[in-house]
Design a protein around this ligand. Structure first.
Ligand code: ADP
Ligand code: ZN
Length: 432
């Protein structure tokens, strides 16, 4: 039933293990030039951490700290012990480097295999990984997990949709890893080829690496006739395999034998009670080469309360709302791109892509949204389209409290990216 003994742990056992591993991690981290100096400066003594609550007294680590430590000030072991490095995709600025020892990689692969097993993948499955390889962790990270589980693993990489579809069909692929924006787009390529993806043997998709809504998930499940499971991770904490949905599809279990998760107020850094939305802070509990303490992920989520019916007690986090940096302020109102996606993806006329453009008219900020419309609706007469345009704008206004300018565009006409989608284009700084 379970892949790993760790899935069966009770609350008490998890916490005991976490404390032991936290102490070990702190001792290990202290060997790196960065934490060695930081601990001395802040008077942190790993031996004085005697309860899990003591974690709150430890300093945070930020993305900037990682950048300042470039290229190797976070290494807790000689570089000769390292066997791989990854670099975060740099969605929000200069990338950061993460190193792994052989043991670190083995552990990561087993965490990943655990996630895949949890959602029902087995060694008999044929698994196609459609995310970019290279420095991005969604490539090798998922790949090694799938191999560890014993799946026939196809390293398809990103893009080249027609070849993806051919591989899916020729090798009767049953499991995939794909980012949400690309999965939505790929369905339009299927349509163009006149192939119904529901006729494929595909049954399980691991979908993550960028935010998406419950509405987008349901859409994907219906379009492909497969189960979609949310997958969360970040390079700083290895990559995928940090938190993953179980078959209940209600929140993602954080593997607490491997990570210590906290949710804090992004402004004050103070811990928030379960159920409240805040910034996820993560400590690695099993990494020897490059341990990271209290990393400020900038990702917004909440701990779900109550027991998961699946029986695992590893705590669950809610679907991510986005990054702190994703919040747009338009006419004094705070808006997250996912609020807009939720509305768009719930409307059957809307196609698979959209783009949010922020503009400034004189002193007034405006929000313009380009929305792809399904082929069958786009041929309608102008009047029907005008009505649809108004309806979308008014549904959006109810959600975001600002009336956007909605522009309907032909399906498949917005620019596509091979990696994470750029949902927002801020032009407010341009021109005068
Ligand atoms: P970058 O920060 O440059 O994008 P990573 O490749 O390490 O680099 O991406 C990790 C980030 O991707 C996370 O911090 C989070 O913002 C986002 N992410 C990953 N998985 C999900 C998910 N399932 N839902 C929402 N966001 C996700
Ligand atoms: Zn569960």
């Amino acid at each position: 039933m379970y892949y790993d003994e760790a899935e069966k742990l009770s609350r008490l056992e998890i916490e005991r293990l976490q404390l032991m591993r936290l102490q070990r991690t702190l001792r290990q981290a202290a060997k790196s030039p960065f934490y060695g100096a930081l601990f001395r400066e802040r008077g942190v003594d790993p031996e004085k951490v005697t309860s899990l609550a003591d974690v709150r007294r430890l300093p945070f680590t930020t993305k900037q700290d990682l950048r300042d430590s470039y290229p190797d000030r976070l290494l807790a072991m000689p570089q000769s012990e390292m066997v791989r490095m990854h670099v975060s995709s740099g969605t929000t600025g200069t990338p950061t480097v993460i190193y792994h020892t052989k043991r670190d990689l083995d552990w990561w692969a087993s965490l990943m295999a655990r996630c895949m097993h949890m959602v029902g993948l087995r060694k008999t499955d044929v698994f196609q990984n459609m995310s970019g390889y290279g420095l991005f962790t969604g490539g090798l990270g998922i790949h090694c997990g799938a191999e560890k589980l014993g799946c026939l693993t196809i390293p398809a990489g990103a893009g080249n949709s027609q070849r993806q579809i051919k591989l899916l069909m020729d090798f009767k692929v049953t499991g995939i890893h794909i980012i949400p924006s690309y999965a939505l787009h790929l369905s339009t390529v299927f349509a163009g080829l006149g192939i119904d993806p529901r006729t494929l043997p595909l049954r399980i998709a691991l979908v993550g690496a960028e935010p998406y809504t419950e509405e987008a998930r349901r859409r994907l499940e219906a379009m492909y006739d497969m189960k979609v499971y949310n997958s969360y991770g970040l390079s700083e904490m290895n990559g995928p395999g940090v938190a993953f949905e179980c078959q209940e599809q209600h929140g993602m279990h954080v593997w607490e034998d491997a990570y210590l998760a906290e949710i804090v107020d992004p402004q004050t850094g103070e811990p928030l009670p379960d159920g409240e939305l805040g910034e996820l802070v993560m400590t690695s509990l099993g990494r020897e080469g490059m341990p990271i303490i209290r990393y400020r992920t900038r990702d917004l989520t909440r701990f779900l309360t109550g027991q998961c019916p699946c029986g695992r007690v590893h705590r669950r986090i809610d679907r991510l709302q986005g990054r702190c940096d994703d919040m747009m302020i338009v006419k004094g109102v705070n808006i997250f791109p996912m609020q807009i996606e939720r509305i768009l993806m719930s409307m059957p006329e809307v196609g698979q892509d959209y783009l949010i453009i922020l503009e400034r008219d004189g002193y007034i900020d405006n929000i313009r949204i380009k929305v792809e419309i399904r082929e069958e609706y786009f041929v309608e007469d102008m009047r029907t389209l005008a009505v649809l345009q108004k309806r979308i704008a008014s549904r959006l206004r109810d959600e975001i409290l600002v009336t956007p300018r909605v522009e309907l565009v032909e399906h498949n006409s917005l620019p596509k990216s091979d990696g994470k989608a750029a949902r927002v284009c801020d032009r407010r700084g341009e021109g005068a």
